[in-house]
Design a protein around this ligand. Structure first.
Ligand code: ZN
Length: 246
């Protein structure tokens, strides 16, 4: 089985469409590590795709915030404004769908899916030290997560934790062979709002038979996504950051 793994779509339809076009024919099932909405201008079309095409999904913190499930006082003003706009914009069907999404981690076909860490959906797993703790919570040898918007992740190898780097700026993909002796925390990167310095949309494909994860980056129409953010009156910084991937 080949799984398309996406995370942190953040209502960016142009980025999602570019990923789906590039990945077309190369996967059998889809997995989403949360944050379908928030920040971007197209919450409904992005949510429609996840709801109808993506059977394995966990919720993210922006999904809770954008559907009235969370107090927004912990959000910065920009994120709060986007969450409130999204709440107004979502159809009843999509809002109900998002509110019913499970908290991670989910266990599927020998791997786990979470938004933040495996024991706390809101925790950012950024450094090898934090990942070392996370590995102690793993039920399987492989887990996919998001939340940081940084492509890569971590390998646990005989008590040593190594960092996996994102696809290089000169390339569009990078292959990782899965060693059954090691543990893997895999972040496919953010499709809709990358923050690892590469503005291209990120995703990964996991082939459970070949025991391989391939990380990908694909260019998309950033000016079109930015123009929609302007047109909806969302904060300028949400458009600007897409150009730089920060
Ligand atoms: Zn996010």
């Amino acid at each position: 089985m080949r799984y398309l793994i996406v995370s942190d779509l953040h209502a960016n339809l142009e980025a999602l469409e570019a990923v789906l076009e590039a990945a077309s024919g190369h996967y059998d099932r889809s997995v989403c590590c949360g944050d379908l909405v928030g920040y971007g201008a197209d919450p409904n079309p992005v949510c429609d795709w996840v709801r109808t095409q993506c059977p394995i999904v966990v919720r993210g913190n922006h999904d809770r915030a954008s559907t009235g499930m969370d107090d927004l006082e912990w959000f910065n003003p920009v994120a709060r404004k986007a969450a409130l706009w999204t709440l107004e914009e979502l159809t009843q069907q999509n809002a109900d769908y998002i509110r019913a999404l499970p908290r991670g981690p989910l266990s599927v076909d020998g791997f786990q899916v979470a938004h933040g860490s495996l024991h706390d959906e809101d925790e950012y797993v950024i450094a090898a030290g934090e990942a070392g703790d996370a590995f102690t919570y793993m039920e399987t040898r492989l887990a996919f997560f998001g939340h940081t918007h940084v492509q890569g992740g971590f390998i646990w190898n005989q008590s040593r934790v190594e960092t996996i780097l994102r696809v290089s700026a000169k390339s569009t993909d990078s292959l990782l062979a899965i060693d059954s002796e090691c543990g893997y925390l895999i972040n496919p990167g953010s499709t809709g709002q990358p923050r690892d310095g590469d503005p291209r949309a990120a995703y990964a494909i996991y082939d459970s038979e070949a025991k391989e994860v391939t990380y990908y980056r694909v260019a998309y129409d950033i000016p079109a996504a930015q123009a929609k953010i302007h047109a909806r009156g969302l904060p300028q910084i949400l458009a600007d950051r897409l150009s730089v991937g920060r």
